[in-house]
Design a protein around this ligand. Structure first.
Ligand SMILES: NC(=O)c1ccc[n+]([C@@H]2O[C@H](COP(=O)([O-])OP(=O)(O)OC[C@H]3O[C@@H](n4cnc5c(N)ncnc54)[C@H](OP(=O)(O)O)[C@@H]3O)[C@@H](O)[C@H]2O)c1
Length: 342
C-alpha cells in the first residue's frame, strides 16, 4: 500500500484567552499504515467545537489538555481508504465519533471509534452536527438530564448556536413551548422565523428583561443552559417552582482565565434554587455515548425530513482551520463550524 502525505494540525502554544492561528502548526508526515484488524480513514470533514479550545489548555475546565506537539483531537467524517477489518469496506463513509481521528488527513483505527454512516439519508455534514456529538449533547440534555413537563415552557440559552438550536428544535418536536435566548435581532428572528420557536429574547438588547417577560408569560419550567454568563440570574424571577435546569456548557467562560467580571450574584442564584425548589444538573456528553444508537433512532427521521435544521459554516481546506477556529470565540457563531478537507 502506498503511503500518502498526511497533513496534521498540531498544538504548538497554549492560548491565554481566545485561541490564535499561531497556536497551531501544520506538519506533513507520511500517513500511518493500517495494521492487522485496522482500517485507514481519509478524513473529509472535520468538526470544530468549543471543546477543542478546552483541550488546548488554559481554559476554565477540569478537562486535561492535550500535550504540546500533539495532533488536535476532533470529530471527523471520512472514507475508508484501506481495510484489514471485516466490519469495514473500502469506500464506506464513517464518522470518527470519539474524536480520535482528529484534525488531519488520515488516521488508522481498529474500528472501535468509527461508525458507518449513510450519505443517502442525510448530508454527511449532519453526522458532525445535528446527528453528531452536537445533536447528542442537545438530546441527552433534554431526555436524560431534564424531564420537561409536557406542554411546559423550555428556555434554551445560546439558542442559535449549534447545540442550542438542536436542543430548541428537539424541544419543539417533543411538544414543549420553546423560547430561545440569543445575542442580536438577526439571531432572534432566525429562531422564530426559520426554526419555529414560540418566542425569543435578545440578551444584548436594552430591553432584554421586557422581551423575556413577554416571551414567558407563564414562567419557565425548564432551562437548557449553554452560556454560564451574567444573563442567567435575570432568568430567575421567571422560573417556576420545581423547575429543572440542565447546564450543558459555560461557553462564555471557556476563554476566561482571570476570573469573572461583574457583581457576585451567586447568593441570589442559591436563594432561587432553595425557595423555588429547583433541580440543577450539569452533564458531560462523553458519559452518555452508550445512548448514541437510541439518539440516532429518535432524531434521524426528523433531520432527514428537515424538521430539525442546522446552519453550517463551512471552512474550505484543512490549511484554513487555524485561522477559522478562533472566530468561534470572536465572531460569535455563524452556525456549526465544519472544515471540508478533501
Ligand atoms: N455537555 C457537554 O458534554 C457538551 C458537549 C458539546 C458542547 N458543549 C457546550 O455547549 C456549548 C455550546 O456549544 P456549541 O457547539 O453550540 O457552540 P457554538 O455553536 O459556538 O455556540 C455557542 C454560542 O454561545 C454564545 N456565546 C455566549 N457567550 C459567548 C462567548 N463569550 N464566546 C462565544 N460565544 C458565546 C454565542 O451565541 P450568542 O451570539 O447568541 O451569544 C454562540 O453562538 C459550549 O459551552 C460547549 O462547551 C457541552
Amino acid at each position: 500500500m502506498s503511503s500518502h502525505p498526511n497533513r496534521q494540525i498540531i498544538l504548538v502554544a497554549r492560548p491565554n484567552g481566545d485561541p490564535k492561528p499561531s497556536d497551531f502548526e501544520i506538519v506533513e508526515r507520511p500517513a500511518p499504515v493500517a495494521g492487522a484488524g485496522q482500517v485507514l480513514v481519509r478524513n473529509t470533514l472535520v468538526s470544530l467545537d468549543p471543546f477543542n479550545r478546552i483541550l488546548m489548555g488554559n481554559a476554565n475546565s477540569d478537562q486535561a489538555p492535550i500535550e504540546l506537539g500533539d495532533t488536535m483531537f476532533g470529530f471527523t467524517v471520512g472514507i475508508i481508504e484501506h481495510s484489514n477489518n471485516a466490519a469495514f469496506s473500502v469506500g464506506d463513509h464513517v464518522t470518527g465519533f470519539l474524536g480520535t481521528t482528529g484534525w488531519q488527513d488520515f488516521a488508522v483505527s481498529d474500528g472501535s471509534d468509527l461508525r458507518i454512516v449513510d450519505p443517502a439519508i442525510v448530508p454527511l455534514s449532519s453526522y458532525l452536527g445535528t446527528l453528531g456529538v452536537t445533536g447528542l449533547t442537545a438530546w441527552v440534555g433534554l431526555t436524560k438530564i431534564l424531564d420537561p413537563k409536557p406542554g411546559g415552557t423550555l428556555l434554551v440559552t445560546a439558542a442559535a448556536g449549534a447545540v442550542g438550536s438542536a436542543a430548541a428544535q428537539i424541544g419543539k418536536l417533543r411538544g414543549y413551548r420553546v423560547v430561545g435566548v440569543a445575542g442580536g435581532p438577526e439571531k432572534t428572528r432566525h429562531l422564530i422565523d426559520d426554526l419555529g420557536l414560540d418566542a425569543a429574547a435578545d440578551y444584548k438588547a436594552d430591553d432584554f428583561e421586557a422581551q423575556l417577560a413577554r416571551a414567558v408569560p407563564e414562567g419557565i419550567d425548564t432551562i437548557y443552559e449553554n452560556v454560564g454568563a451574567s444573563q442567567f440570574p435575570i432568568l430567575l424571577p421567571h422560573v417556576n417552582i420545581g423547575a429543572q435546569i440542565a447546564v450543558g456548557g459555560v461557553m462564555s467562560q471557556i476563554t476566561t482565565t482571570d476570573g469573572l467580571a461583574g457583581p457576585n450574584r451567586l447568593p441570589e442564584v442559591l436563594r432561587a434554587i432553595f425557595y423555588k425548589d429547583l433541580t440543577v444538573r450539569g452533564f458531560n456528553v462523553t458519559k452518555f455515548y452508550e445512548f448514541y444508537p437510541e439518539f440516532l433512532a429518535d432524531v434521524t427521521p426528523a433531520v432527514a425530513e428537515k424538521k430539525i435544521l442546522s446552519t453550517t459554516h463551512f471552512i474550505d481546506g484543512l490549511e484554513n482551520i487555524p485561522s477559522a477556529f478562533p472566530e468561534m470565540f470572536t465572531g460569535r457563531g455563524a452556525g456549526k463550524m465544519i472544515a471540508k478537507i478533501a
